[in-house]
Design a protein around this ligand. Sequence first.
Ligand SMILES: Cc1ncc(COP(=O)(O)O)c(C=O)c1O
Length: 453
Amino acid sequence: MEQIKVLLNDEEIPRQWYNIMADMPTPMRPPLHPGTGKPVAAEDLAPIFPMNLIEQEVSTERWIDIPDEVLQKYLIWRPTPLCRARNFEKLLDAPVKIYYKMEGNSPAGSHKPNTAIPQAYYNKVFGIKRLSTETGAGQWGSALSMACQMFGLECRVFMVRVSYEQKPYRRMMMHTWGATCIPSPSNLTEAGRQVLAEHPDSPGSLGIAISEAIEDAVAHQDSRYSLGSVLNHVLLHQTIAGLEAHKQLEKIGVYPDVVMGCAGGGSNFAGISLPFVRDKIHGKKVKIVGAEPTSCPTMTRGPFAYDFGDLAKKTPLLPMYTLGHDYVPAPIHAGGLRYHGMAPIISHLVHENLIEARAYNQLETFEAGVRWARTEGFIPAPETDHVIAAVVDEARRAKEEGKEKVILFNWSGHGLVDLASYEAYLSGNLMPYELPDEEIKRALKAIEGFPKP
Ligand SMILES: Cc1ncc(COP(=O)(O)O)c(C=O)c1O
């Protein structure tokens, strides 16, 4: 019988995360303090993050030990299976073998607990009692709610309003795990009140929700902020997925020609791909592709520039592909991909031509997701539909080129609490949303005069 799933035993779980900073072929530009224009110092970040996570943020150690307490929680659902998508391959009728890393079977339903658990753990051992965060589609907020509950921390989540309304079950999951969930923009923070004064009907954005969560964390005692993507330590934690996949493929003697992931802030894509980028830096031939929405085409149409991570300019200036910090993406259903910037690590690798990006519109992505559900069964999250559209595209290219290819991708989350978006797609009520050039030009005015990387 043909083997469809490659499994690892509990004892085979990786004991260390992989830090690409040790292997970067060229140095990355540092984050800058917006006041001084100088690289930020660890102390600048101390009101926002605990020092043990700041140390990881700036670390250049190649391998970082995963604490036992974190491994114990990972073992609830990890190692995750690596599966061959035989039925989807048949449907595509192209010379490709497709392997997917199943990150949708975590308790919260996505890859996000891979970093939620260590972030809650490191805050706890640092003496923090309460975390504030933002969430787009609710995947991150629910993952952090669960992790905080596991380590006895309070949790407050600012959820982008359009998703708060589209996805009530995510909010209920957060409540079940004991967190509070507030639609953003809200009246609880100065940043939220300012947006509401100008745009009372604002659908919200991740940039606004981040401003609210940081302000909330700084205003409360023994409280810190937690970010679900973008930053180096978040990408570090996500490498557990790529390291497992690397081991699993090795077990069956396969090496991928293409590694793919959908990218919002970049942590999911980084998680699956960075161990393979390491191979590429050391001479291996492998193509690494990130998939993003045409409504928020950060890597494919934004410039590589210094910009803020949030609307209210509370973060350091980060060197990244960006559409401008006040850009509010169209309300597509893949709420987790509605972010104006891209992780500095991913941005640097794009800039160095080590990885590439492609953009897909909402209709193409749901079409791919429905085809997946009708062959492989599992219903993907709308975010995950983006990488599935990229896999369909890659299979088409393989067919046209007459080349055999092995594709690996991260199946980042299930869509069981996103079914309203599938219904909207199936009843013909979704828009493709291309972003006009004039809107990009307008949004980029916000970063004119900023230092250049
Ligand atoms: C299922 C799923 N996949 C991918 C992403 C994108 O995540 P990242 O910010 O890690 O790129 C999200 C974000 O919420 C998500 O929920």
